[in-house]
Design a protein around this ligand. Structure first.
Ligand code: UD1
Length: 429
């Protein structure tokens, strides 16, 4: 199994190109199931999760052609996927595939909307809390689906097709909103989603669906209105930049010091995180090419942060912020409100000498003046990258084990960081 070796202590200087957003690319690929014409997606990141979803879609009969960098391209721009769901040969998503990636459960929505039936394995356990799918099922039932659970599978049917309805989510859910949006796009009549998630990835998917002929307004606000259409056609769409990758590298620079241009980043996608970084002592400058992050001389100031749905501070940057705060001058407080159990990085950060105590949903981090490298391992994607951030500022060598989590969500991480002066290498085998 691959590992990453990091020797800490170097400041970061240079440019990091920001990849397309994983959390938009996955639902966009799934949305291709809604049409029998080809959806072309540009700027799709090369990630293990994307490759796995290609396999899952292939199982339903979807043809995917990938084109990467073209001769003469100056910058690496991610890959272009031509996704054709002309013939759906199977409406079942089996356990051995769905259990590897939760988001693949979302295929239930387009399969049901277009084929009027779907049988999708329940996603199963997950390292960051129970993560149920009750609200996704509620949304599909509101749209007229008949749903039963049989031997670990969600079996859904809508013989006459789905029908528009009002869906009110009792709590903000990204997965629920994606599923409701995709299903309602092909439902008969009008759907209103209230208390919808406002995450930029929802807006990106709605934009793409509109290019395919859907009639969606209000995406990016808590009230989304969808006029169902009978058919969606092909389209071409560019995946928006990854705000979590952007915030992660911004925190890495705040941690090590130095100055890095995050090329292609869009500040409005992560304003709350940029505000927190400014409070922590980083200098953030927005320019034509993206965002420049610097920390020269000044130490790291402690912050108090609570995670919240967009536009609040994202839970997907919580672990990275905690890594940064291990070196702050004073005590920081981070409260996690989205997922229970999302503190597995705490015990691993302690291996570097970090001082963190937990009280329910809140972590108190007492900054230390020095971290020391250590062998570490993480159990989820964002937790893994928080260990990389700590390692970049730690004295001596760190070995990050089980990096398949990193490969799920960070494209060419070690290349991007070593180009900015970090001592970081992948050790295969
Ligand atoms: C998505 C993101 C993930 C991010 C999260 C919150 C993708 C592929 N993943 O996950 O990176 O951390 O949003 O921004 O886009 N819930 C229920 N019942 C449900 C569905 C959700 O109770 O049926 C709860 C969850 O347990 C959680 C909260 O709602 O406590 C938010 O979950 P949700 O927004 O749906 O997260 P995901 O879409 O799974």
């Amino acid at each position: 199994m691959d590992r990453i070796r990091i020797v800490g202590g170097n400041k970061l200087h240079g440019t990091i190109p920001i990849s397309g957003a994983k959390n938009a690319a996955l639902p966009l690929m799934i949305a291709a199931l809604l049409s029998d014409e080809t959806l072309i997606l540009d700027n799709v990141p090369r990630l293990a999760d994307v490759a796995l979803l290609q396999r899952i879609l292939g199982n339903h009969g979807v043809d995917i052609m990938a084109a990467g960098k073209r001769p003469g391209d100056h910058e690496y721009q991610g890959q272009t996927l031509h996704i054709s769901a002309k013939n759906i040969i199977d409406t079942t998503a089996p356990y051995d595939l769905v259990s590897k990636m939760r988001a693949s459960f979302w295929v239930i929505a387009p399969l049901l909307a277009r084929m009027h039936e779907a049988k999708v394995s329940l996603p199963g356990g997950c390292a960051i809390g129970t993560r149920p799918v009750d609200l996704l099922i509620m949304a599909l039932e509101k749209l007229g689906a008949e749903i039963s659970i049989d031997a670990g599978y969600v079996v859904a049917s809508a013989p006459g097709g789905l029908k528009g309805a009002t869906i009110e989510f009792p709590k903000v859910t990204v997965s629920g909103t994606h599923v409701a949006l995709m299903a309602a796009a092909l439902a008969k009549g009008t759907t209103i989603i209230s208390n919808a998630a406002c995450e930029p990835e929802i807006t990106d998917v709605a934009d793409c669906l509109n290019k395919m002929g859907a009639k969606i307004t209000g995406a990016g606000t808590p009230r989304i209105l969808i006029e169902g259409v009978a058919k969606l056609h092909g389209a071409r769409h560019t995946v928006l930049p990854d705000r979590i990758e952007t915030g992660t590298y911004a925190m890495a620079v705040a941690m090590t010091g130095g100055e890095v241009q995050l090329s292609g980043a869009r500040p409005e996608l992560l304003q709350s995180a940029l505000d927190v970084l400014s409070q922590a002592g980083a200098t953030i400058t927005v320019n034509n090419d993206g965002i420049k992050v610097a920390r020269n001389g000044a130490g790291i100031s402690p912050v108090t942060v609570t995670t919240a749905p967009f536009p609040g501070f994202p839970t997907d940057l919580q672990a990275q912020l905690m890594a940064l705060m291990t070196r702050a001058k004073g005590a920081s407080h981070i409260t996690e409100t989205i997922f229970e159990n999302r503190f597995m990085h705490v015990q691993e950060l302690a291996r570097f000498g970090a001082k963190i105590s937990l009280d329910g949903e809140t972590a108190t981090i007492d900054g230390v003046s020095k971290l020391r490298g250590a062998p570490v391992m993480a159990t989820d994607l964002r937790a893994s990258v928080s260990l990389v951030i700590a390692a970049l500022a730690a004295e001596g060598e760190t070995m990050v084990n089980r990096i398949y989590h990193l490969d799920r969500g960070f494209e060419r991480l070690e290349e991007k960081l070593s180009a900015c002066g970090a001592t970081i290498e992948r050790i295969s085998g």
